[in-house]
Design a protein around this ligand. Structure first.
Ligand code: ADP
Ligand code: MG
Length: 393
C-alpha cells in the first residue's frame, strides 16, 4: 500500500503550493496463477491483481505539457502531447508517453498534466510494474482531462504503449488484469475475445505466495520475441499440413497436436506443445480453483512449470531452485511454478496457511544456500483493478 498522505506532500514539494490539489489514482501489480506465454497465442490466462500498487497524483494543466516525477527513481521527465518524442528510448518515460499517445490515437482527448508516481510493485521484478505504470498513468491522464475511460480501452492502450513506445510485443494479460482485476478473485481471461470469468480465490486454508528470485537475465526481451516467432511458424506449418482453419495455437486441441505435431521441427514442436497443453491446463485449473480442488490446482501448476522449463525453455536456474525447494516441503506446498515471462522474476506458490512460516524459512535458507541471494517473499490476497482513490475524510 502506498501512503497517500505522503504522496500528496510529495506532489506539493515537487510542483509547489500554487498547484491545484491533485487527484489520486492507482493500479495494482499482478501475479499469474497459470497460463504462461498463452496470451499472445490467443489463449487462456488466470492472473490476479495483487495488493502492491502504483499510485499517481495528478493535476490538470492549461497547456498540453505532461510533467512526471517518479518518487521511486527520484527523476523528472516531461513530454508534449503535440510533439511525440522518439520511440524506444529505453527510458521509463516511454511507458507514460506511450500510453498517453495510445489513448489519444484511440480517440481519448487528453490535456496537459502534472504527475507524481510512487510504487511498491518491485520494478522489473516480474509482477508487472510496467502495466501498473501504464494503466495508472493512463487512468490519471484521462480522468484529469475529464474523460471517463473504458477499462478495456485503457488496457489496450497500455499494451499499445509496450508495442509502439517500449518495443516489447507483449500479450494483453498484464494490462488487462491490472485494469480489470476484481478483489478476492482471479480472472480467467480469453485473450482472443477478452471475455472473462471471475474465479474466487479462497484463502482460508491456502495462500498465494510469491517468491522473487531477485534476478532478471538479459535474455528475457530477445527470447520473448523469438518465442513469439516460433509460435507463428508453428501455426503456419500446422495450417499447411492439415489444420487449414487455425488462426493461432489457441485453435489447436491436444488431440490435433497428437495427430499433426510430428510435422514440426523439433524446437518449434516443443514450443507449440507447451502452448497447446498450457491452454488445456489453464481451463482445468480454473475449474479446479472454482470447485476448490486445490490439490489438482497445485498439480497443474507444477506441470505448467515443467512444460515452461523443458518445452518452452524460459525458466532459469534461480526459478528452478525456488520451485524445487517449495515442492520439497510436501504437505505445505500444493503447487509452485515460475510466473511471468521467465528468465528471472518470480515464482507463484499455493501454500497451506498453517505452514507459511515453515515455507518462508525453508525457501529463504535453501535459496540463499544455493545462490547466495536473499529471496523476497510476498503473500498477497487477490486485489482490485485500477481506480481513483478517495482518501479525503
Ligand atoms: P516488470 O513489468 O516485470 O516490473 P518491466 O521491465 O516490464 O518489468 O518494466 C519495468 C520498467 O517499468 C522499469 O525499468 C521502468 O522503466 C518502468 N517503471 C515501472 N515502475 C516505475 C516507477 N514507479 N517509476 C518509474 N519507472 C517505472
Ligand atoms: Mg512488464
Amino acid at each position: 500500500m502506498i501512503d497517500t498522505a505522503a504522496l500528496r506532500r510529495a506532489f506539493l514539494d515537487v510542483y509547489g503550493a500554487a498547484e491545484q490539489t491533485p487527484r489520486l489514482f492507482r493500479a495494482p501489480g499482478r501475479v499469474n496463477l497459470i497460463g504462461e506465454h498463452t496470451d499472445y497465442n490467443d489463449g487462456f490466462v488466470l492472473p490476479m491483481a495483487i495488493d502492491r500498487e502504483t499510485c499517481v497524483a495528478a493535476a490538470a494543466r492549461a497547456d498540453r505539457r505532461v510533467r512526471v516525477f517518479s518518487l521511486n527513481l527520484g527523476e523528472h521527465a516531461e513530454f508534449d502531447l503535440d510533439r511525440p518524442g522518439m520511440r524506444e528510448r529505453g527510458i521509463w518515460l516511454d511507458y507514460v508517453e506511450g500510453v498517453a499517445q495510445a489513448l489519444e490515437r484511440r480517440g481519448v482527448r487528453l490535456g496537459g498534466a502534472d504527475l507524481v508516481i510512487s510504487s511498491d510493485v518491485p520494478v522489473g521484478g516480474g509482477l508487472s510494474s510496467s502495466a501498473a505504470l501504464e494503466v495508472s498513468a493512463g487512468l490519471a491522464l484521462a480522468s484529469v482531462a475529464g474523460v471517463e475511460v473504458d477499462r478495456v480501452e485503457l488496457a489496450l492502450a497500455g499494451q499499445e504503449a509496450e508495442h509502439t513506445y517500449v518495443g516489447a510485443k507483449v500479450g494483453i494479460m498484464d494490462q488487462f488484469i491490472v485494469a480489470l482485476g476484481r478483489a478476492g478473485h482471479a480472472l480467467l481471461i480469453d485473450c482472443r475475445t477478452l471475455e472473462t470469468q471471475a474465479i474466487p480465490v479462497d484463502t482460508t486454508e491456502t495462500l498465494v505466495v510469491i517468491c522473487d528470485t531477485r534476478v532478471k537475465h538479459e535474455l528475457s526481451a530477445s527470447e520473448y520475441n523469438l518465442r513469439r516467432a516460433e509460435c507463428e511458424e508453428g501455426v503456419e506449418l500446422l495450417r499447411r499440413e492439415g489444420l487449414a482453419n487455425i488462426r493461432a495455437l489457441r485453435d489447436v486441441s491436444e488431440a490435433d497436436f497428437e495427430r499433426y505435431g510430428h510435422v514440426l521441427p523439433e524446437v518449434v514442436g516443443r514450443r507449440c506443445r507447451h502452448v497447446v497443453t498450457e491452454n488445456a491446463r489453464t481451463l482445468d485449473a480454473a475449474a479446479a480453483l472454482r470447485e476448490r480442488r486445490l490439490e489438482e490446482m497445485g498439480r497443474l501448476m507444477l506441470a505448467s512449470h515443467e512444460s515452461l522449463r523443458q518445452d518452452y525453455e524460459v525458466s532459469c536456474r534461480e526459478l528452478d531452485v525456488l520451485v524445487e525447494i517449495a515442492t520439497s516441503l510436501a504437505g505445505a506446498t500444493l503447487g509452485a511454478r515460475m510466473t511471468g515471462g521467465g528468465f528471472g522474476g518470480c515464482t507463484v506458490n499455493l501454500v497451506r496457511r498453517d505452514r507459511l512460516e515453515d515455507f518462508r524459512e525453508t525457501i529463504t535458507r535453501g535459496y540463499t544456500g544455493a545462490t547466495g541471494l536473499t529471496p523476497n517473499i510476498y503473500v498477497s490476497e487477490a486485489g482490485e483493478g485500477a481506480k481513483e482513490i478517495n482518501d479525503e475524510v
